[in-house]
Write a protein that binds this ligand. Structure first.
Ligand code: DQA
Length: 153
């Protein structure tokens, strides 16, 4: 059966170390385990995922530019959340509905994590639910995309 639509999932710097990196903050699941959960849920929802991780700002921007045909983007820009005008501009240039996700609640942490350069060009931000932040984002994005299609009918 053909998938309903495709969603790009981007993991930013240091997220390749999930499970080993500060597990008290980011949880015990590895990136592979998180991606498997996402793939399983996406399959149940009839969505095709393209999942990538990059430790570099340019790498994330290239991936956004190379996947402009998707219907939605879920991105955890990690530390670039707080600094990257370039990633923000890349997302804005696509016009693709994007959800920013974080494993931790960035608003309950150090002050420098409270500001997101990315959130203003996203349809929303989900943070603080560990790996469930991504799964919730998948549901929210699917609903958003379907509502958009319905409103054009
Ligand atoms: C993070 C939060 C960021 O502040 C941090 O730099 C990360 C991970 C999260 O998922 O909680 O690398 O994006």
């Amino acid at each position: 059966m053909a998938y309903e639509f495709s969603i790009l999932v981007l993991h930013g710097p240091n997220l390749n170390l999930l499970g080993k990196r500060e597990p008290e903050i980011y949880g015990k699941s590895s990136l592979d385990e998180l991606n498997m959960l996402l793939e399983k849920k996406a399959q149940d929802m009839n969505i095709a995922l393209r999942i990538f991780q990059s430790n570099s700002e340019g790498g994330l921007i290239d991936l956004i530019q190379q996947n402009c045909d998707v219907s939605g983007i879920i991105i955890n820009p990690a530390a670039y959340t707080h600094t990257s005008i370039a990633i923000r501009d890349a997302i804005a240039s696509t016009g693709i509905p994007t959800i920013e996700v974080h494993l931790s609640n960035i608003h309950a942490r150090e002050e420098f994590r409270h500001r997101s350069m990315i959130a203003p060009v996203c349809i929303g931000q989900i943070c603080g639910f560990g790996v469930n932040s991504y799964l919730l984002a998948l549901e929210a994005l699917k609903r958003y995309i379907i509502d958009q299609i319905d409103s054009r009918r």
